[in-house]
Design a binder for this molecule. Structure first.
Ligand code: NAD
Length: 499
């Protein structure tokens, strides 16, 4: 049986040595302290009804630091009974929570946001240790962005009458939320903040390779004095997720993850009265025209595909470059890729951290091998990889055709496929030639072309002369096999309201 929050006797995290890359500058290591992550328990149970409780089952899973392969903690594999208990706690809490005036709910959300700010270093280090992402990203992107969603939706809680959904829009009830491992805390914030602001209560299941920040968030809920049962966290793998989404007393299912699982959830709840939003995979085109400022575009391409090791649903994984500037752009891109620093996620100089899991590394390795076998040309800068942990060099493929698997399948890793085009129409045709439709990028000096392209591209988000920018005021979501429903902004309220 999983034991609840036993304190680890010693901090299990060991920093890895950063891998030095040949670049313009040599940097001394600037490691963040793993101790800043705070106490990591040897084993965790669930957070149900405001308490950390043991699982009804005996199965435990392990989460490892992907940069060292060291076990960080054990956590419970949630059973159907555990899910049932969590849903019952959320149902019980719903009566009072939904009856609170919005201004009172807002106070809790503001309090949670402020505590997260106070504990931001702890959350950032914990996220990097559990996920493998560079501390620069968890510190400067994941944690502040997660916090901004709580602040933003706190602001909506007492203004729902003016959100455009009629007077006094009603919450749905209990939300069952399942999230992936690529932005664990940020995905939690995208799900929990709008649900609570609108008066729903939640049961959230974090991904099985990254449960630690969700469990730490449970502590923050207690610190904020959030009423018991408003937020419940049940850990486990897909079986626990399936038990949650199938639960008959869940009114709303919100899922972020892969397209096959999203499809199975859509089938599972078809014919029920549950409301569903799905944020699934992507294969975004990042389109560079010949009038784009090359250096700026190169930075956008690098950010588009190598941010978070490419574990990004909206990653710019297909570079579409206008044929006339292909050579110049690729030279500049390769030079820039040669300066990326891969290694210890806790080193503040690191650009590319560890791949999240052995399974994901195997998938990236398999898809890139298929890319070579299908005739594309592979290039990656020389760099030494650490001995332990899961690593993959930033990689690009040229000579890619639209039929190649690496141009069609979501690799979900630091792998860029390069295709070319001659005219804007050809760029649009190639960009839209995918079953996905989550995001796209356009790089050009011409404003009219940006507007024209944005209208033509079948993608939920189109970035112009930038990429991977997120803001809580802006809706995010996909078309086609990238899912449906929107998170963020005023639109994100609708997913949690009975409208
Ligand atoms: P995944 O679908 O395997 O898992 C996602 C979550 O679903 C995990 O918590 C998992 O335990 C759970 N799960 C697995 N099977 C389930 C089932 N049958 N029923 C209910 N829950 C189940 O995906 P992943 O590999 O963890 O994440 C990567 C995928 O997520 C990528 O395809 C990526 O594009 C997508 N993603 C999308 C977005 C977005 O906003 N659109 C954001 C992040 C990730």
């Amino acid at each position: 049986m999983a034991k609840t929050n036993k304190k680890a006797e010693e901090q299990p995290v060991q920093p890895v040595q950063p891998v030095r890359k040949t670049g313009l500058f040599e940097y001394a290591p600037a490691p963040e302290s793993p101790a800043a992550a705070g106490d990591i328990a040897t084993s965790y149970g669930h957070f149900i009804g405001g308490e950390f409780v043991d699982s009804s089952g005996s199965e435990a899973l392990k989460t490892v630091n992907p940069a060292t392969e060291q076990v960080l903690a054990e956590f419970a594999q949630g059973t159907e009974q555990d899910v049932d208990r969590a849903v019952a706690a959320a149902r019980k809490a719903f009566t009072d929570w939904s009856a609170l005036p919005g201004s009172e709910r807002a106070k809790y959300l503001f309090r949670i946001a402020r505590i997260m700010q106070e504990r931001s270093r702890e959350l950032a280090v914990l996220e990097s240790i559990d996920n493998g992402k560079p501390i620069r990203e968890s510190r400067d992107f994941d944690v502040p962005t997660a916090i901004s969603y709580f602040f933003y939706y706190a602001g909506w809680a007492d203004k729902l009458d003016y959100a455009g959904y009629g007077a006094n829009p009603r919450p749905l009830g209990v939300a069952g939320q399942v999230i992936p491992w690529n932005f664990p805390l940020m995905m939690l914030a995208w799900k929990i903040a709008p649900a609570l602001a609108t008066g729903n209560t939640v049961v959230l299941k974090p991904a099985e390779t990254t449960p630690l920040t969700a469990l730490r968030f449970a502590e923050i809920c207690r610190q904020a004095g959030l009423p018991k049962g408003v937020v419940n966290i049940v850990t486990g793998d897909g079986r626990t997720g399936a038990a949650l989404t199938a639960h008959p007393d869940v009114n709303k299912v919100a899922f972020t993850g892969s397209t096959p699982v999203g499809r199975s959830i859509a089938k599972q709840i078809a014919g029920t009265r549950k409301k569903l939003s799905l944020e699934l995979g992507g294969k975004a085109a990042n389109i560079v025209f010949d009038d784009a400022p090359i250096d700026q575009a190169v930075e956008g391409i690098v950010n588009g595909i190598f941010f978070n090791q490419g574990h990004v649903c909206c990653a710019g994984s297909r570079l579409l470059v206008q044929e006339s500037i292909q050579d110049e752009l690729l030279d500049a891109l390769k030079r820039r890729m040669g300066t990326l620093r891969l290694g210890d996620p806790l080193d503040k100089n690191t650009d590319i951290g560890a791949i999240n899991s052995a399974a994901q590394l195997a998938r990236i390795t398999e898809l890139t091998a298929i890319g070579e076998a299908e005739g594309a040309e592979r290039w990656a800068p020389e760099c030494e990889l650490p001995g332990a942990g899961y690593w993959f060099r930033p990689t690009l493929f040229t000579g890619v055709s639209q039929a190649h698997r690496i141009a069609r399948d979501e690799v979900f890793g630091p792998v860029l496929s390069v295709l070319t085009f001659r005219t804007p129409t050809e760029a649009v045709e190639k960009a839209n030639n995918t079953p996905f439709g989550l995001s796209a990028g356009v790089w050009t000096e011409k404003g009219s072309r940006i507007l024209w392209m944005a209208n033509q591209l079948k993608a939920g988000v189109v970035w112009a002369n930038t990429f991977n920018k997120f803001d809580p005021t802006s809706p995010f979501g996909g078309y086609k096999e990238s899912g449906y429903g929107r998170e963020g902004g005023r639109h994100g309220l609708e997913a949690y309201l009975d409208v």
